[in-house]
Design a protein around this ligand. Structure first.
Ligand SMILES: CC(C)(COP(=O)(O)OP(=O)(O)OC[C@H]1O[C@@H](n2cnc3c(N)ncnc32)[C@H](O)[C@@H]1OP(=O)(O)O)[C@@H](O)C(=O)NCCC(=O)NCCS
Length: 175
């Protein structure tokens, strides 16, 4: 692989440093047009409450975090959102799959996703769900990792006035 050693850490300690790095990563990915809940231009002030709410869910045990480090720096993440509803506790939803824009295209996203799948297996889950914003080709990335499209809300995501993208649901059975 072309990248330096990527270290994947499950459930990293939620230190102030980690929170700051997560915010910076989330802003950089969003600014580069990544589909992680925002549309550029975005500021740290816009992303901060969303990032803090997500870290709070991790702290409460409702979400699990997977962090990717390279040379001691946070370069990627994903989050496994567990279901509260007792009829749906056998699967989870992946959120905020992202790799720093300066490092995309080098195989890190695939490594991150593979580890998220293993993490879900180790949690005893039967399947993974994922929401994808259409129009970026990202669904092809997930399809190459085994996910199948199981639903699509046409123009369900409004990225600007009169400008909508499909809201695609993808699913990966784990057994
Ligand atoms: C999506 C993302 C996590 C992939 O990470 P990455 O490190 O760039 O991906 P990889 O280098 O591991 O690529 C894996 C494969 O997917 C393909 N791929 C990656 N991003 C793609 C995209 N946007 N469109 C089409 N194919 C893509 C690559 O070509 C590669 O295929 P290959 O192994 O056959 O060469 C990363 O590009 C990213 O952070 N994007 C912005 C945030 C985002 O939109 N996240 C998705 C939320 S649903």
């Amino acid at each position: 692989m072309a990248f330096m050693v990527l270290t994947l850490v499950r459930d990293p300690e939620l230190t102030p440093e980690l929170r700051a790095e997560l915010l910076a990563l989330w802003v950089d990915v969003s600014q580069a047009g990544g589909a992680v809940g925002f549309v550029p231009p975005v500021t740290a002030d816009q992303v901060r409450p969303v990032a803090e709410a997500q870290v709070a869910r991790v702290a409460e045990g409702r979400m699990r975090m997977l962090a990717a480090y390279e040379e001691g720096r946070l370069v990627g993440t994903t989050f496994l959102g567990l279901n509260d509803h007792y009829l749906m506790t056998h699967w989870c939803t992946l959120y905020t799959v992202m790799v720093h824009p300066s490092l995309q295209g080098g195989g890190r996203g695939r490594a991150l996703l593979n580890e998220a799948v293993e993490m879900a297996r180790d949690l005893g889950l039967d399947a993974l769900r994922l929401g994808v914003r259409g129009g970026l080709g990202t669904e092809d990335f997930y399809a190459s990792c085994g996910f199948k499209e199981v639903g699509r809300v046409p123009r369900g995501i409004r990225v600007g006035p009169g400008e909508e993208r499909d809201d695609i649901t993808m699913w990966l059975p784990l057994n």
